[in-house]
Design a protein around this ligand. Structure first.
Ligand code: SF4
Length: 352
């Protein structure tokens, strides 16, 4: 089994789950997909989107185990995590899985505010499904509940780090205050914490995260193609690249090289050069370029799109992983979050 080809192939084609758990349909982050662990890696592979019906990859899960097949050929055994903390509830009767989820193998993930000021406006990011899962999640998470879930997830499922994201909220801090409080609570469970946010107007907010124990941060430009970003994520485009650069620089000063990251999504209409040149800009600042393919979520504006082809993603991963290695950055050095989780990008296997 060539693990690089397999991980890229699964991201580009998805997996037809013929029996068993297909994963999560909507929400923020990797929705419309499930987590599959095989070899030394884990992948978030699409399972719900329309294009998946044409995938050669298929699986029948027996509990949390199954044999992955390409058409009829057996490829490898894979495991789908079934976290034990999902069976628990808070003393007020809220199921833990409505507060946080397991991402990848050992990452607790939550959206602390599951709504976004851009959702009912033309400025909503077209790939995002943040408000599609409001009925299956607590809309605003409380720090004390997150701590309770984090302690259980660590004890029962070996969780070692956490990713906290948020919809954009009103205010100069863009939700950072809320992220700080939640991060500080989770740190009490001795779990490393990653938080994701828009560049704030007041950069001192980033210092506040560090003081509250945050280990790594993600400030996601999504695309370095100005025109593409203007169409796909108009609110982010309005912020302007200069403010992203300021926020990345300030964050690297505080958290250190390799502890700051940015998503670059492939498949939004950009060229390969835009991704590769953007990755160089990030790496020169000490920021890890977390390149990943578009994974269209059912119910979003991009639900009928398809991820980039296997061939295109493989070339992009090869180029970007060379840039990362030349700069002596690595997913292995990241203390927490998406870079360490690596389910949504195949850069980890290309770094080997
Ligand atoms: S890479 Fe990030 S968004 Fe993707 S599954 Fe892991 S923690 Fe979640």
């Amino acid at each position: 089994m060539n693990i690089k080809d397999l991980k890229v192939g699964l991201q580009s084609n998805g997996i037809r789950v013929l029996a068993g758990n297909k994963g999560r349909k909507g929400g923020a982050g990797p929705a419309g997909s499930n987590m599959f662990i095989f070899g030394d890696t884990v992948v978030s592979a699409p399972t719900f989107a329309k294009f998946v019906s044409k995938s050669p990859y298929n699986i029948e899960l027996d509990g949390n185990i199954g044999i992955l097949r390409k058409e009829d050929e057996e490829i490898t055994e894979v495991r789908v995590p079934r976290p034990r903390f999902y069976d628990l509830k808070t003393k007020d009767g809220i199921p833990y899985k409505k507060i946080a989820l397991l991402h990848g193998e050992d990452c607790l993930a939550t959206t602390v505010v599951q709504r976004c000021i851009y959702w009912n406006t033309p400025e909503r990011c077209k790939f995002c499904g943040i408000e599609l899962s409001k009925e299956v999640t607590v809309e605003v998470k409380k720090p004390e509940e997150l701590l309770e879930v984090a302690e259980a997830a660590k004890r029962l499922d070996g969780v070692t780090h956490a990713t906290l994201t948020t919809g954009t909220v009103r205010g100069r801090d863009r939700g950072i205050w809320m992220l700080s409080r939640c991060a500080s609570a989770i740190k009490s469970a001795r779990i490393s914490v990653h938080v994701q946010f828009e560049p704030p107007k007041d950069l001192a907010c980033i210092d506040d995260l560090y003081e509250n124990g945050v280990d790594t941060v993600g400030i996601h430009i999504e695309s370095f193609d100005k025109e593409v970003l203007g169409y796909i994520a108009p609110a982010k485009a309005k912020i302007g690249i200069e403010r992203y650069v300021e926020a990345w620089k300030r964050s690297v000063d505080i958290f250190g090289e390799n502890q700051v990251s940015s998503f670059i999504i492939a498949g939004l209409g950009e060229s390969d050069e835009s991704i590769i040149d953007g990755s160089k800009i990030l790496v020169d600042l000490g920021v890890y370029p977390f390149v990943l393919p578009l994974s269209p979520i059912p119910g979003t504006y991009l639900e009928d799109e398809v991820p980039p082809s296997f061939k295109r993603m493989k070339n992009i991963y090869e180029s970007v992983s060379d840039i990362i290695k030349d700069a002596n950055l690595s997913w292995k050095k990241s203390k927490a979050g998406c870079v360490r989780c690596r389910a949504c990008s195949a850069l980890d296997v290309f770094e080997e």
